[in-house]
Design a protein around this ligand. Structure first.
Ligand code: SAH
Length: 290
C-alpha cells in the first residue's frame, strides 16, 4: 500500500489545503472563516492581485503568480500541502465560481493518488454577482443564470447559444469576464444576441469595481447598451422582461409574469385554508425564504 502523502514527505501531520474566497474587494466582506484560515496559513497561493490583498507577516510565504494557467498554480499548492505546509489558495469572490476550487480538484484528480489523503476545505466568499446585484437592488430576485463570457475554456459558439437559450427561457443573466482587450468584438455580438432573445427594452446593468472605492453602476435598456460599457472589472446583469426600476433601484419581481401566487399574505386563498396540522402546507415547505 502506498503510504499517505505526509508519511512519504517525512512530516507527521497530513497536509491540508484550503481554497478560500476573498469576496469582491471590500475588506469587511472577507468572512471570519476565511480570515481565520489566513491567520494560521504558512503559504498563500494565488493570482497577483488577490495575493496582494493579504497582509504579510512572519511565518507566512506569499506565492503571487502571474501564471494564468490555474491548474499549474493548483499543482504547486497541492505539492506544498503534501509536504506538510498549511496552504491557502485564494480567489476573488467565491472560489467555486469561475475560480481556483475546480482547478485544485482538477489537479488533485490528475495528481498522485497520495494527494487524496490531503484534507481539502473550500471556504465560500461573496461572489461578484451577488455583490453587484445587491448594489443595484434585486435584479436576480427570480430565476437566473451565471455565465462566464470568456471563450478561453469553451468555444464562443457555445456561449452565443447559451445566451440565446437562456434569454428565450426568460431567465435573468449575470456575466463574468464580459469583455477583455484580447477579445474586444465578442461582447458587441453578445449584445446583439441578447437584444434578439430578450427584447430591446430589457434592462442591463454594468457594475464596475463593486464594493471598491471606484464602484460605478450604470443601468440602461439593452437598445442603448454599448460594448465599451463593460471591461474585465465589470459584472454585467441582464434582467428579464419584467425587471424594472423603482426610484434609483433595479429589481426583478419574485413571480413569473401573469402567474397568480399560490399563497400571499392578504390575498384571497384559491381554496379554503387547510386545518392546522403538524405537516407544513406546500406553500410553507416548498420555499425556504420569502
Ligand atoms: N471568483 C470570482 C470571479 C472570477 S472571474 C467571483 O466569485 O467573484 C472574474 C470576473 O469577476 C471579472 O471579469 C468581473 O466580471 C467579475 N468581478 C470580480 N470582482 C468584481 C468586482 N469587485 N466588481 C465587478 N466585477 C467583478
Amino acid at each position: 500500500m502506498t503510504p499517505p502523502a505526509h508519511a512519504q514527505s517525512g512530516h507527521t501531520e497530513p497536509g491540508r489545503i484550503v481554497i478560500a474566497g476573498l469576496g469582491p474587494g471590500a475588506e469587511d466582506m472577507v468572512t471570519p472563516e476565511v480570515q481565520a484560515a489566513l491567520a494560521t496559513a504558512t503559504d498563500v497561493v494565488g493570482y497577483i492581485p488577490y495575493v496582494n490583498r493579504i497582509k504579510p507577516r512572519s511565518g507566512l510565504v506569499l506565492h503571487a503568480s502571474d501564471n494564468r494557467v490555474e491548474v499549474d498554480r493548483a499543482t504547486h499548492a497541492l505539492q506544498m500541502a503534501a509536504a506538510g505546509r498549511r496552504v491557502v489558495v485564494v480567489s476573488s469572490g467565491d472560489p467555486g465560481v469561475f475560480a481556483m476550487a475546480s482547478a485544485v480538484f482538477e489537479a488533485l484528480e490528475a495528481g498522485p493518488r497520495a494527494w487524496r489523503e490531503l484534507e481539502v476545505r473550500v471556504l465560500p466568499g461573496i461572489t461578484a454577482m451577488l455583490a453587484a446585484a445587491a448594489a443595484i437592488g434585486a435584479p436576480l430576485g427570480h430565476d437566473f443564470a451565471a455565465i462566464n463570457l470568456s471563450d478561453n475554456l469553451k468555444p464562443w459558439a457555445l456561449i452565443e447559444r447559451r445566451l440565446q437559450l437562456v434569454g428565450e427561457a426568460g431567465l435573468a443573466m449575470a456575466f463574468y469576464n464580459p469583455r477583455s482587450k484580447s477579445r474586444p468584438h465578442q461582447f458587441a455580438r453578445a449584445l446583439e444576441v441578447l437584444r434578439a432573445a430578450c427584447g430591446e427594452d430589457t434592462l442591463i446593468t454594468f457594475a464596475r469595481d463593486v464594493t471598491k472605492p471606484d464602484q460605478h453602476l450604470l443601468t440602461v435598456a439593452l437598445r442603448d447598451a454599448t460594448p465599451e460599457m463593460a471591461d474585465m472589472r465589470t459584472m454585467v446583469i441582464v434582467g428579464t422582461r419584467d425587471t424594472r426600476r423603482v426610484g434609483t433601484y433595479v429589481y426583478t419581481p419574485r413571480f413569473a409574469p401573469g402567474h397568480q401566487p399560490r399563497h400571499q399574505p392578504g390575498a384571497q386563498p384559491a381554496s379554503p385554508p387547510a386545518p392546522p396540522s403538524a405537516v407544513p402546507s406546500p406553500s410553507q415547505s416548498d420555499q425556504k425564504e420569502d
